[in-house]
Design a binder for this molecule. Structure first.
Ligand code: NDP
Length: 277
């Protein structure tokens, strides 16, 4: 083990780290990495059993939490404080994927080919906006944007009196480069960036840092509903030629939560492997 790795292993000693959506994918990896580096882990997830199993294996705790419900998110923060006495890091990570529509994706790819031939007039309408229901729109914004707002608010209520803390919001590359195929997801993720910057200005003088991470396409269960054509098309737009790993995002989140990032607030950290879609 190198000296750097040894130091990293103690990086989060004694920190209390709350993770929404920590039962799966990125959130689960954050939990494992922070625990390995000395943190106390608190997971809030709708997947109650998986959250309990993981947190228990890491010596932490969990609570059922649906981030679309502000009472649940408040209860998560309260749960962390009653178990460990404080909150040092609050990661707003819970999320859902837009349900991929294979036919529409194939149409988008065909349209792209027509564009390359300068034949825009022949492209087929995607009808994403016109077919979207109120419920689809509302739920996407509720989980991502409202969930993140509830998390920021709950965390700030504990962090500002202690004059320290780090809030990390998981946005997406699609918040920076919106896609026509998922306007609700893109909008929610872009709004999280605005919320992050706004919150950081209010909380910086109070010792609380607020940052966002924009992962590119990362190999987690979130991508499971995608078919092979979708994955190939996406990877073809990633500079390094592959999907990202949960570790590659977890290392960035760990850095942001550490003392090394003491001058970082209101920042948007993009980790996309050179995605150019
Ligand atoms: P996963 O599906 O692996 O994990 C998401 C977790 O959040 C699951 O445990 C899920 O439970 C839980 N969850 C879903 N809805 C709620 C809710 N209302 N309240 C509480 N928990 C909930 O996805 P990822 O780990 O890939 O995604 C984590 C975050 O990263 C998301 O915000 C996502 O948008 C973002 N992201 C992911 C990218 C990727 O390529 N993977 C790229 C860019 C951003 P259940 O499994 O039961 O639904």
């Amino acid at each position: 083990m190198t000296a750097n790795e040894k130091n990293a292993n103690g990086e989060h000693t004694g920190q209390v780290v709350v993770i929404t959506g920590g039962a799966s994918g990125l959130g689960a990896r954050f939990a494992e990495l922070f625990a390995k580096r000395g943190a106390h882990i608190v997971i809030g997830d709708i997947a109650e059993e998986a959250a309990h199993k993981l947190s228990a294996s890491l010596g932490g705790t969990s609570i059922k939490c649906d981030v679309t419900k502000s009472n649940d998110v408040d209860a998560l923060a309260q749960h962390a404080v009653s178990h460990f006495g404080k909150i040092d890091v609050f990661i707003n990570n819970a999320g859902i994927a837009p349900i991929p529509n294979e036919e529409r994706f194939a149409t988008a790819v065909a349209n792209q080919m027509l564009r390359l031939e300068s034949n825009v007039a022949a492209t087929t309408p995607l009808n994403v906006i016109t077919d979207m229901t109120d419920d689809e729109w509302d739920h996407m914004l509720k989980v991502h944007l409202y969930g993140t707002f509830y998390g920021c608010r709950a965390a700030a209520r504990y962090m500002t009196p202690q004059r320290s803390g780090s809030i990390i919001n998981i946005s997406s590359v699609l918040g920076l480069r919106p896609t026509a195929l998922a306007p609700h997801y893109s909008t929610a993720k872009a709004a999280i960036i605005a919320l992050t910057k706004s919150q950081s200005q209010e909380l910086a003088p109070l010792g609380v840092r607020v940052n966002a991470v924009c992962p590119g396409y990362i190999d987690t269960p979130l991508l499971a509903p995608m078919n092979e054509l979708m994955k190939v098309a996406i990877v073809s737009q990633i500079g390094v030629g592959r999907l990202g790993t949960d570790d590659e995002i977890a290392e960035m989140v760990s850095f942001i939560a550490s003392r090394k990032a003491s001058y970082c607030t209101g920042e948007i950290f993009s980790v996309t492997g050179g995605y150019s879609g």
